[in-house]
Design a protein around this ligand. Structure first.
Ligand code: FES
Length: 154
């Protein structure tokens, strides 16, 4: 269940955004921050707080890869696979993570430490290739830097 604090923060969004629909994405970020992921129950709760239909919430959750529909590992690795990052080796970095951690995209390591997903542009194309580790940007990634980072986290 969403915490009371998260529900209040979502209600407060309604003072900032013109429509309930426009508050939905930030509301889902709050809910995901509160719960770690967006279960069907959490989605219904968000719908209730914003007075939207559960279907409206579900459509947004399933459209954006940044919204997690199942629990993630301690470290959520989000690798950008959009154009700038792909041209600068982003897909090879994703492959490197898959090989190193022995998981495929969308999977979590057996020890629950890492989840790998690919995402659309992270808005930092000038420092491609880019990934995020939880809320932290990792930019200008090289295979060597990625190796070092994974070693530090394991
Ligand atoms: S294309 Fe990767 S950050 Fe924009």
């Amino acid at each position: 269940m969403l915490s009371e604090q998260a529900k209040q923060r979502i209600r407060d969004l309604l003072n900032t955004y013109e429509t309930r629909q426009s508050a939905l994405i930030p509301a889902l970020h709050i809910a995901q921050g509160d719960q770690g992921w967006l279960s069907a129950e959490t989605q219904v709760e968000v719908a209730q707080v914003l007075e939207l239909t559960p279907q409206m919430v579900r459509e947004v959750v399933t459209f954006y890869t940044m919204f997690l529909q199942k629990p993630a590992g301690k470290y959520l690795l989000q690798v950008c696979r959009n154009l700038s990052c792909s041209l600068r080796g982003g897909h090879r970095l994703a492959q490197q993570i898959e090989d190193k951690l022995k998981i495929k995209e969308g999977e979590t390591t057996q020890d629950g430490k890492f989840t790998l997903i690919s995402v659309e542009c992270l808005g930092s194309c000038g420092t491609a290739p880019v990934m995020m580790v939880n809320d932290r940007y990792v930019e200008d990634l090289t295979p060597q830097a990625l190796d070092r980072m994974l070693a530090e986290l394991t």
